[in-house]
Each structure stands twice: as C-alpha cells, then as structure tokens.
Write a protein that binds this ligand. Structure first.
Ligand SMILES: Nc1nc2c(c(=O)[nH]1)N[C@H]1C(S)=C(S)[C@@H](COP(=O)(O)OP(=O)(O)OC[C@H]3O[C@@H](n4cnc5c(=O)[nH]c(N)nc54)[C@H](O)[C@@H]3O)O[C@H]1N2
Ligand SMILES: Nc1nc2c(c(=O)[nH]1)N[C@H]1C(S)=C(S)[C@@H](COP(=O)(O)OP(=O)(O)OC[C@H]3O[C@@H](n4cnc5c(=O)[nH]c(N)nc54)[C@H](O)[C@@H]3O)O[C@H]1N2
Ligand code: SF4
Ligand SMILES: [Mo]
Length: 899
C-alpha cells in the first residue's frame, strides 16, 4: 500500500461473463484527504475456479463498469416515470391480458446472466401465480441440448466433472468449443496440466482450426455436424478392440444392446467415418487409439455440440462413450458440458427453462402438486410452456400478447432475427429490463426498466462445475436502477400475489433452498435445503461451494443414477443425422465468438482495447476460396439468406474449409448497426431440446456493390447516409467505417461542416480523398474516402487529434500507405506487426523472449495461443527443419481444388 492511500479489504465477487465462474476481488482505493476512489478488479487467489487468474474480459471488468449510456429511470412509451407508475402499468397489462386471453398469452424471456434469486422469483411468478410455463431463457440457445442429453442419460440435469479433474486427466478432448477464447481460464488450466505432465494429450474436434485447435496435439477438422457419426464410430472402435467396461455397463447402465447393434453398421467403421467426415484416417485412428488407451479421459463440449439440429444426440453420443468405458464419476474422467453464461447452471437448477417446473422437476402431477403446495400457489402451470423460438413465433402469430424480456437481447441473439423484431413490434405489450438503452431489444419496449448491473447487486451464481459463488454489490446503482428480483416482486405484489414480500436477497435464496428440499426423498440429487436456515451473515460471507453440499466424491461415483431404475441410459440418436454437405451450392456459415467481446457488445463494445481485435463486422473465408471467387481481403461482401442481406468485411482464414464461412455473433446495436449475423440464420432447432442450429446457416456470398469506402474519425457519427456502417470505440477519437453504393460526393461533407477542408488525390492511387473538419488548430473530424477498401492503421490517425493539427504529419501518414496490424495482446496493446518485427529483426524466437521484450501475454495470458501461432508461423517460414510440430490435420483445402 502506497503512502497517502488507504486500501479497503477486497470485496469478493464473481466475474459476470462466462461459465468458468472466476472469483474476483474488488478493491476500492481512497486517496487520503480526498473522497475520490479508484476501483480495481483483480482475480481472487482463493477462488477454486480460477485461483487468481482472469482472462482478458475479466481483466477489463473495471472498464466495463463505465458503459457510456446507462438506463437510469423507468420509461413508459419513452417517457420517464416513477417505478410505482411503471410497476402499475406492467401489473395492469399482465392482469388484463391474462383476463382477456388466458395465462398462455403472456410470457417472460429471461437469461443465464440473471442471478439465481432473480430467476427464482420470475419462475415462481409465472409458473405458480400467473399459471403459465411460458417462461423461457436464452439458455435455450446455449445449454438446452446438454440439459436434454443429461436428462435422457442420467435422469437429471447433472454435470459429473470438477475442474480439479483437469489436473488428473491423461487425455482431454475438446469438442465443438473454442475454449482458449471462450473459457480462457479453464483452458489455461489445461495448458498448465499439459506443461506439468507432457504425457497429457489434448485433442480438439472442430471444423475450424481455431486458436484452441492450434494448440492441440491433434486437431480433427470434422465436417459440419459430423459429431454423432464420429462418436458412434469411436464406440464401434472401442467395441472392436475390447476396450469397453462391461462390468460397468452391466451393473449400472441400460440400453446398451440397441446401441451396440446400431454402431455395428458399416458406416461406423473407422475408414468409412473418416471418409464421410473428410478426416485424415491416420488422425482419426490416433484419436481412437488415444481414447482407447487412456482411462482418465475428459470430454469437454460446448456450442459446436449444443447449437445443432441434432445437438442432443451429439451430446448423448459423447456421454455414451463415457458410459461404455465406465469413465464417469471418477477422478480425471467424464463428459463435461461447459456452461456459457455465468449463471446458466443456476438457471437450470431453479427451473428457468419452459419445459422445467422448478428445482430439476418437470410437470408430472406429483411435482406440480409438491411445488404448488410449497409456493401456496393459486394457479400452477401444469404443462411445459413455449420454448424460445416457438415463443417468438407465437408472438409473431399474435398469440403472445405480453412479454417481459430480462437481461437478454433477443433481437440480436435469436435466429431469424428480423422475424423476432417483427414479432416484438406486433406484441401488445413489451417490457424490457436492461442496463443499457442501446440494447437493440430496448427499442421495442413499451415499458423500459433500468436494471442494476454487475457490481450493483447481490446474489448467487453457479458455474460449469456446480460451484455456487456470490456476486456482491460494491457500487450503488446509478439513478433509480434496481435489482431485477425486486422489480419482479414489486409487480407480483401490485398484482395482489402473496409470497413476494422478501425482505432481502438472502430471504429469496433461503426460500429457494427450502423448495429444493422436495427432492430429499426423491431420486433427484439437486437438494440444497440445508441452506434454508442460513443466516443473513452466512449468506453475506458465503464462500464458493459445490452441490451436493459436503460431498467431495464425484456424482455417480457409486454407480447410481437418478433414473427410475437407478441405471444410466445409453441413448440411440432419434434420427441418423448425416454430416453437412459442403458440395451444395450454398456456403456454410458457422458462427460463434471472438476472444475480446461479450455477446451483443452492450458491456464490452465501449472498451477501446477490447475493440481492437475485431474492428468491424467481418466474415472469414479460406484464402483459396476467396481467390477462386475473385474476392479480396478487406472488401465488403454481401451475404444473402432468403430475403435478407448482410454486409461485412471479408477476411481470410486458412483454418476454414473450402465452403465454410465464419462470422462472430457480436455485431449489433450502435457497433454493428445492420450487420447482425442472425439475419442470416434460419430458425432450425433440435427437435428434442428446441436449441437453434446457430452453427449451420446456409448463405450465398458475393462481392458487395460499393462505390465508396470510408472511415470517419470523430466524436459523432458521420453526418451522411451510408449503406454500411460500423463503429469502433477509440481513444482519443472514435471511428466509424462506412461504405456507400453510390459514390460519396464531397458535397456531402461540405454541406454539414463549419470548415471542411477537402484534400484530393491523397494516398495510394488517385481515387482517395479526405475531408478534415477543424476547430481552431485542432482536428475535430476526419473522413477518408476511396473507391477501394481503405488500408490504414487507426492509431496514428487518432493521434492527430491529440495535439495541434499538422497537415504535414497527416500527408506523410496518408502518402506512406499502411498495412493495418492486428492487436494480439489487448492488455499491453501489442500487435502482430510488433511481434513479427521482434522475431525477424531482433531474432527473438522464444515465447519467454517475446514476453520479456514486449510483455505480450504476461498479464491475463488470453493471447498466448496467438503469440505462439505467430512464432510457429515464423518458424515455418524459415528454411530448415521445423522444430515445433504443427497440429496434425487433414488439409481441408488444396490449391486447385474446386470450391
Ligand atoms: N470471448 C467470449 N467468451 C465467451 C462468450 C462470449 O460472448 N465471448 N460467451 C459465453 C457463452 S454464453 C457461451 S455459450 C460460450 C460458447 O463457447 P464455445 O462453444 O467454445 O464458442 P463458439 O465460438 O460459440 O463455438 C464453438 C466452436 O464450435 C465449432 N463448431 C461449429 N460447428 C461444429 C460442429 O458441427 N461440430 C463441432 N465439433 N464443432 C463445431 C465452431 O467452429 C466454434 O469454434 O462462450 C462463453 N464465453
Ligand atoms: N449466431 C449466433 N447466435 C447466438 C449464438 C451463437 O453462437 N451464434 N450464441 C447464443 C448463446 S449461447 C447465447 S448465451 C446468446 C446470448 O445472447 P444475449 O443474451 O441476447 O446477449 P447479451 O448481450 O449477453 O444480452 C444480455 C442483455 O442484458 C443486459 N444486462 C446486463 N446485465 C444485466 C442485468 O443485471 N439485468 C438486466 N435486466 N439486464 C442486464 C445487457 O445490456 C444485454 O442487453 O446468444 C445466442 N445467439
Ligand atoms: S474465464 Fe474470463 S470471462 Fe470467464 S469467468 Fe473467468 S475471467 Fe470471467
Ligand atoms: Mo451461451
């Protein structure tokens, strides 16, 4: 502690982003003699999930607290009103709609980013008091296939793996997950385990060669949706090689014979499978052999499995292999569904999916009665409600007339997003609770409620390994922002319902814990009822604990499963889904995440250093495919699906197969404007889980019709119409990239300017010009326009705004021409160019050398994969034998191949 500075003991909380569930410590530092405080958010060394580590998003939590626009007061039809008024309007609308059209005409659509207590009161209100199960959650888009698979196999939604297992595994298989970017702290744990024991192997199964795949011992670039075939083929191999655990199968499982019969089919032979999935036979054999030989095998999976038209079958195909080898319920072994959002697991425990009632119970008569009695509920829902996609379809058809959306942005994140927007505009009353007025869905709200965000509210969350941790408030909510559970309870109370007069969030938690006691004498394992008597103090001081409480052994370690007969089920796929066909005329659009952004960007888009890794809506394509179609990196391309079109910048990625495209899901709102990827994604869902197939859109792609490309630096957006617009937060100025179908005339700039200086024919080629708006001797706005895509590095241009403007400096910049670099290390702002230069010019060829010189990867470590890839790339470019083995992989595109 420095002198003159008092440091408060850190407040423990949990990161609000991914399902790893890292612990953080928040430290307020007060300057003496001055009330000004600074807040630091650091990793909590005592939290079992992360032991002090944070990834790049976690490391930027402090900056996330200052989002530029917050919702501060409730609004009804755009007018600020008091909470009492807003609550009155919602209660009245709900009552009226239910009275006129019945309980199934109303719905809530909530989120895995809600805290357990928020979830609990929303669920109780809808399923016990309004009398409908039309309460679904964005976890439908995220975890529902895994939930359905767990229910089918185990009889309950249970994840039998602990993070410590990573340190005990001999083989780690990551399927359909880009863990290095999406669960980075867990991935670091995997890398540490491999560093500690070089015999530990990592296999990645993903159609893209991701950063995660780059770092694996073996990458299997499986064809789209080829996973069931692959895992059935693995099972066949294990059978053929007597590698099954027959004792386990006989003692603890059922349904094996039917599955065994299925996998005896010819198509599951290794060679047939490799050919069907376009995989290198040797690579596949290596994977099968490693799996066969390694009892301590963990299989981690996420959205490449869940978000598929056969996602539930995929997850069950993985679980089948673990059951058949008895690799479950044991240290270092098991199928491990990674949760996406911070409280995806908590929401599942509460019962936040429309096809669950509460506390892992469904809608059987006993459960409805027991939950109803506990809640003293006047009007229990007796059957499942509508799942997310069906719910918005019903709204589109006029059947849902009231919806309350909380902590999710469905206009961006649901498939067929234009239809979702239309559904919301047709809905009689839309209530939206959010922290940001910029969330796309907020534009559809009749009633907009300001929610308290992370750091401003208290509650519990459960992570991927069932560890329950506390989020704690350390800041007052701004304006009249309020915790979601309070807003929900107030509406319930105004409606005259009893049982919502909770004095505190701890009160809500105690009631929820007590409800789980109905599972005590039932086969269900979710029972935290001993927490029902927890004191306020215990709740305040809660330290992370995994449920079942007090149990250190794994779930299923006794071979008992909570099914009717106590045995685990082998599950045969409902339909023999074939892998996607890349020979069709359509391109296959795969979608997912970038390392440095969170979902629809409302919480991360404003952070300049996070904005630098993907600077505009971008679609990735293999370089040979681009060449074949006469497309070039940097130009705008037009994706088409049905009647919809989307413009995005083309970038090249050798990790993709010939007809595969990739685009991130993030671009939305005031960042991506019209370039929202889900306009391209049809609402195809898994028939069992209802989870959308976000990874398998079919689109066409062509060069966009662009006459002018441009960039506008300033503090306000460009003052003219554009056909493509995207925004990048920058310092000291922001920038908007744009494109216009008709040539942008200089008059467009002149019309709006106080003093707009036009410079013709600048930079490479005579087709570029610039407009500069001055204020005194300072630059106020700068516009660069060209007929071709502009290649520029934003940093030096932004620097021109810092000091008195020098036309000489500007001309030098534009005339020298630039290759834009890519930010690799967000913490220390180290670009690929700097890294390559250090390797080439300073001859530094080791990771530690680069770290010593540039500091890249020495803070959160999220970029270590990228730094290592640059090292490998540079090694491969050098003559002579290459030292580091490149990942084994069947090459997916070769020169001359027809694409
Ligand atoms: N940086 C960042 N991290 C996040 C989030 C974020 O927004 N940003 N969000 C969090 C949330 S909510 C979630 S759900 C998780 C998601 O975490 P992940 O599932 O790891 O991330 P995604 O990028 O959605 O997709 C994973 C991979 O599935 C692959 N895939 C596509 N089709 C197939 C297929 O048919 N088979 C196989 N085997 N793989 C396929 C894709 O190529 C992609 O690399 O991330 C969490 N973490
Ligand atoms: N194409 C494609 N689409 C996808 C996916 C994909 O891989 N590809 N992945 C899907 C998955 S897995 C997920 S999880 C979803 C995520 O999609 P969304 O849930 O729609 O994304 P977020 O941006 O996290 O939305 C959360 C909203 O809640 C607000 N918010 C933040 N904190 C609070 C709070 O405390 N209270 C309230 N009331 N509001 C708050 C935020 O400002 C934001 O508007 O996207 C899905 N959509
Ligand atoms: S891995 Fe990163 S985003 Fe996920 S919980 Fe940890 S710090 Fe947060
Ligand atoms: Mo998710």
């Amino acid at each position: 502690m420095s002198s003159g500075c008092r440091q408060q003991a850190g407040i423990q909380s949990a990161c609000p982003y991914c399902g790893v569930g890292c612990g953080v410590r928040v430290q307020h530092r007060y300057q003496s003699g001055n009330l000004k405080t600074t807040t630091d958010v650091v990793g909590d060394p005592s939290h079992p999930a992360n032991l002090g580590d944070l990834c790049v998003k976690g490391a930027a939590l402090k900056e996330s607290l200052s989002i530029p626009k917050r919702l501060l007061y409730p609004r009804v039809h755009g007018q600020e009103v008091s909470w009492a008024q807003a609550t009155g309007v919602i209660a009245e609308k709900l009552k009226q709609t239910v009275a006129e059209h019945g309980p199934d005409s109303v719905a809530m659509y909530v989120s895995g980013q809600l805290l357990t207590e928020d979830y609990y009161v929303a669920n109780k209100l809808m399923k016990g008091f309004i009398g409908t199960a039309n309460l679904d959650t964005n976890s439908r888009l995220c975890m529902s296939s895994a939930v359905a698979a767990h229910n089918r196999a185990f009889g309950e939604d249970l994840v039998p793996v602990h993070y410590e297992d990573i340190g005990k595994a001999g083989l780690i298989v990551i399927v359909g997950a880009n863990t290095a970017w999406t669960h980075p702290v867990l991935f670091r744990r995997i890398q540490q385990a491999r560093a500690a024991n070089p015999d530990v192997r990592l296999v990645v199964i993903d159609p893209r060669r991701t950063t995660t795949a780059e770092q694996a011992d073996l990458h299997l670039p499986v064809a789209n949706d080829g996973d069931v075939l692959l895992f059935h083929s693995l099972l066949r191999h294990l059978m053929d090689h007597q590698a099954l655990d027959q004792t386990f199968i006989n003692a603890y499982c059922q349904g094996f014979e039917a599955l065994a019969q299925e996998v005896r089919h010819e198509k599951y032979r290794l060679m047939a499978c490799a050919d069907a999935l376009d995989l290198n036979r040797e690579s596949l054999h290596t994977f099968f052999t490693w799996f066969q030989e390694t009892p301590e095998t963990l299989t981690l999976f996420c959205q490449g499995i869940n978000q598929s038209a056969n996602g539930t079958d995929k997850a069950n195909a993985i679980i089948n292999c673990h059951l058949a080898t008895g690799r479950i319920g044991k240290p270092g072994a098991g199928p491990f569904s990674l949760t996406g959002q911070p409280n995806a697991m908590g929401g599942r425990e509460v019962g936040g999916l429309a096809n669950q009632l509460a506390v892992h119970r469904g809608f059987d008569a006993d459960s409805v009665r027991e939950v109803g009695e506990f809640w003293q509920a006047p009007k229990m829902a007796t059957q499942p409600g509508l799942k997310a996609v069906d719910l918005f379809d019903a709204m589109y058809d006029g059947k849902i007339k009231f919806v309350w959306v909380i902590a999710t942005n469905p206009v961006v994140s649901l498939p067929d997003s234009c239809k979702v927007a239309e559904a919301l505009s047709r809905c009689g009353c839309v209530v939206v609770s959010d922290i940001s007025p910029d969330a796309d869905t907020a534009a559809f709200a009749d009633v907009l409620l300001p929610a308290a965000g992370w750091g401003e509210k208290d509650g519990m969350v459960t992570n991927s390994e069932r560890m329950m941790s506390r989020q704690r408030a350390f800041l007052p909510p701004p304006g009249e922002a309020k915790a979601d559970w309070r807003a929900i309870c107030e509406v319930a109370q105004v409606m005259g319902f009893h049982g919502f007069d909770f004095a505190s969030v701890a009160d809500v938690y105690r009631e929820y814990a007590a409800l789980s006691g109905i599972n005590r004498d039932a086969p269900y394992l979710f029972d935290i009822s001993e927490l029902a008597s927890m004191s306020d103090e215990d709740y305040a001081n809660w330290q992370p604990q995994r449920w079942p409480l007090g149990r250190s052994s794994h779930l299923f370690s006794d071979g008992r499963f909570p099914t009717a007969r106590g045995r685990a089920n082998f599950v045969l796929p409902a339909s023999a889904e074939e892998a996607g066909d890349e020979s069709s005329e359509h391109w296959w659009l795969n979608t997912g995440r970038q390392r440095d952004q969170w979902h629809t960007m409302t919480r991360t888009g404003h952070i300049a250093r996070l904005a630098e890794s993907e600077t505009e809506p971008t679609v990735y394509m293999h370089p040979l495919s681009a060449r074949k179609h006469q497309l070039e990196a940097g130009q705008l391309v037009c994706l088409k699906h049905a009647e919809q079109t989307l413009l995005a910048k083309l970038a090249l990625d050798e990790g993709l197969s010939a007809k595969q495209l990739f685009m991130s899901m993030h671009w939305a709102g005031p960042f991506g404007f019209a370039s929202r990827v889900n306009q391209m994604v049809a609402a195809v869902v898994d028939p069992v889980s209802g989870q959308p197939a976000f990874k398998s859109a079919a689109v066409s792609v062509s060069a966009a019709d662009v006459a002018s490309y441009g960039v506008w630096f300033g503090d306000q957006p460009p003052p003219f119409d554009t056909d493509f617009l995207s925004f990048q937060t920058g310092a000291p100025v922001h920038l908007w990239r744009f494109a216009c179908k008709a040539p942008l005339s200089k008059a467009h700039l002149g019309d709006h300017s106080e003093t707009m200086l036009i410079l013709d024919d600048i930079g490479t080629g005579a087709s570029r010009w610039a407009g500069l708006r001055m204020q005194g001797d300072k630059l106020k706005a700068l516009c660069l326009v060209g007929e071709q895509p502009l290649s520029f590095d934003p940093q030096p241009y932004a620097a021109l705004f810092d000091e008195a403007f020098s036309i000489q400096a500007f001309l030098t910049l534009t005339l020298q021409g630039q290759t834009p670099s890519k930010l690799v290390c967000s913490c220390f702002r180290v670009s690929d160019r700097q890294i390559l230069k250090t390797i080439e010019q300073d001859g530094i060829t080791s990771l530690s050398g680069l770290q010593a010189q540039l500091k890249c990867g020495t803070n959160c470590g999220s970029c270590l994969g990228e730094v290592q890839s640059l090292l490998k790339q540079q090694e491969a470019d050098l003559p002579g034998p290459t030292a580091g083995a490149l990942p084994v992989r069947a090459s997916s595109v070769t020169e001359g191949e027809q694409v």
